[in-house]
Design a protein around this ligand. Structure first.
Ligand SMILES: [Zn+2]
Length: 349
């Protein structure tokens, strides 16, 4: 067995062409984008077979997250080691220059519609940049029924039946599995989701893919079958301030698959937790993680995985910094039931 001791791990982004994308991730990630086409997504932490994130530095540089999950399950996942074969979260930045398709991801109760081992997908967004034209659709108006939605697809009026948000930087938007959603109009978000890639497209705004010169396929029947017409948890969330010093710690999402806090400050503070992994995403400023006598410089747009064996660390900001800290809840310790979404804050602008 390897004697390697895990350390705070930075991963390389994986860029994805999307017809709705733009070029704004270059500034967020502080590095040039590949090619000249629209880049819609940077997958910043992924344990998907086709796109596994690569470790960027240190003794494990070049190994990917899937290999890490195989070789270092206990050191990496700690108390959660027996629960997950693959890393359970998929993290991305999205640059939605155009509107994404109106889509829905299945929930736990739609297993018959998804490939084996793909599971449910609850996701959430933290808005990083938005303009006057930016829109987020999350959920349905109360009058929407399957028949009304199906009819609206024939005359291009689907958006009239969706809850529309005018996003601004800092907003958190919760999208439980089964929620109809879309976003676009020059909005950049951080996206957290369960590690599943099952998406059913309901409507695509008449987009034609410049690469194939074809519209993208829709899956209207599957999408309608997955939509949750009852649950009202989708939409803007109210941040819960848990602490003001030494860092402002706001809890944005607190659901069964993930918890997420935003940390903003400029004095030394603590990140990570004992015996469970944590993920840090730097959305503004720079700083350094201090662990075991070493320091690891953290830049804007970077993602760092703190393995369970690393535990808590000091984070020393270099001026004002904003981090997202993500935890995978342990139901045995936290007594979590099903999704416990926070009270939504609706905005029908
Ligand atoms: Zn989605």
């Amino acid at each position: 067995m390897s004697q390697t001791v895990l350390y705070p791990l930075r991963f390389e982004p994986i860029y994805q062409y999307r017809l709705w994308g733009g070029r704004r991730l270059a500034a967020l990630l502080s590095e040039p984008l590949p090619n000249n086409g629209p880049i819609g997504e940077a997958w910043i932490l992924s344990d998907r077979e086709d796109h596994a994130s690569l470790i960027a530095d240190g003794p494990l540089k070049g190994q990917n997250l899937s290999q890490l999950m195989d070789r270092f399950q206990d050191q990496l996942m700690g108390k959660l080691a027996q629960r997950f074969r693959r890393f359970p979260l998929l993290l991305k930045f999205l640059d939605a220059h155009e509107m994404l398709s109106v889509q829905v991801h299945p929930g736990y109760t739609h297993g018959g519609l998804t490939p084996p081992d793909s599971g449910a997908k609850t996701e959430a967004w933290v808005v990083l940049e938005a303009g006057n034209e930016s829109r987020i659709y999350a959920g349905l108006n109360p009058d929407a029924t399957p028949d009304i939605l199906r009819h609206s697809l024939t005359n291009g009026t689907l958006a009239d039946h969706l809850l529309c948000i005018t996003p601004k930087p800092g907003d958190g938007v919760f999208i439980p599995a089964g929620t109809v959603h879309s976003l676009g109009g020059d909005v950049v978000v951080f996206e957290i989701q369960q590690n599943s890639d099952v998406t059913f497209r309901l409507y695509d705004w008449g987009h034609v893919d410049a690469n194939t010169r074809q519209p993208r396929p829709l899956q209207v029947d599957q999408a309608l079958a997955c939509i949750d017409f009852v649950d009202g948890a989708a939409g803007l969330v109210t941040a819960l301030v848990e602490a003001e010093t030494p860092v402002k710690r706001e809890r944005l999402f607190h659901c069964e698959p993930f918890w997420l806090w935003r940390l903003s400050g400029q004095s030394l503070f603590t990140v990570g937790a004992e015996s469970v992994p944590r993920v840090l995403v730097c959305t503004a400023g720079t700083g350094q993680i201090e662990h075991s006598g070493a320091s690891y410089v953290v830049g804007k747009g970077e993602i760092w995985l703190l393995p369970a064996a690393v535990g808590t660390c000091a984070f020393r900001p270099h001026g004002a910094v904003s981090l997202l800290e993500i935890a995978i809840p342990d139901p045995c310790i936290n007594g979590q039931g099903r999704v416990s979404s926070q009270a939504p804050r609706k905005d029908s602008a």
